[in-house]
Design a protein around this ligand. Structure first.
Ligand SMILES: [Zn+2]
Length: 240
């Protein structure tokens, strides 16, 4: 910051605004409807809330300004989420989620004296984009870039959303990098900026739940998100 000390405040704040892209990190679900339940009884919301600050830190290392949407678990409205991103001047909207699977694959097990639902049928990450988003080409470019970075980091795409079963049948947008079209997703189709939704992994899968709970996994996901957004030109390269 030394170089900017001589600048008047207004000039500095204008520079900061232009130089630091705002990225919206949407924390999927809310307290009353916390999303999927993990194999060991933790809510998806709690996984999404744990991941957001780590992704935010990774984005800051690239000189970006992350803003959290719904981090407190108090945002029930889906359409309010992209509106909040727009109000903050976000260049990109990334919704953070963790995945479940179809009911037909769920089984019961006893975890520490409580019957829980789980499924080891699927694992891996998925990224969704909507063709109803007005900036679908950029959305897809960045989703593919994040998927590329995740694959490079050792994560694998979850292919189950393309299965020919009720509730799935989703169309691949970029199979090698785990990207599907999911046109009707409200947060994506109602965003004015490019947008994607990341299912970071499958928390009903007993092994993957444990992996996704680890700080090092969250950091690797966060780094891949930041690397992907840098590679599609949305944010800069890491500060040295
Ligand atoms: Zn979710």
């Amino acid at each position: 910051m030394t170089a900017f000390r001589a600048l008047p405040f207004a000039a500095l704040s204008m520079f900061a605004q232009a130089a630091s892209p705002v990225i919206a990190l949407d924390v999927g679900h809310y307290n009353e409807k916390p999303g999927a339940m993990s194999a060991r009884g933790q809510t998806e919301l709690s996984f999404n809330q744990a991941l957001e600050p780590i992704v935010a830190d990774a984005l800051k290392q690239h000189g970006a300004t992350p803003i959290a949407i719904g981090l407190a678990g108090d945002m029930a409205s889906l359409t309010a989420r992209p509106r909040a991103a727009e109000a903050a001047g976000a260049k990109f909207f990334l919704s953070l989620h963790h995945d479940s699977t179809q009911a037909e694959f769920m089984q019961s097990w006893d975890w520490q004296g409580t019957q829980r639902q789980y499924s080891d049928h699927t694992s891996g990450f998925s990224i969704f984009v909507s063709r109803l988003n007005p900036q679908v080409a950029t959305s897809l470019k960045c989703a593919s870039a994040i998927g590329t970075a995740l694959v490079a980091a050792g994560f694998h795409p979850n292919e189950s959303h393309a299965e020919h079963i009720h509730g799935e049948y989703k169309e691949w947008a970029d199979k090698a990098h785990g990207v599907y079209y999911f046109d009707k997703l409200v947060v994506l189709k109602s965003a004015s900026m490019p947008a994607a939704l990341l299912e970071s992994g499958v928390i009903v899968n007993r092994d993957e739940e444990l992996v996704l709970s680890k700080p090092e996994t969250r950091q690797a996901i966060a780094k891949a998100v930041a690397d992907g957004l840098a590679s599609c030109g949305m944010i800069g390269t890491p500060a040295v």
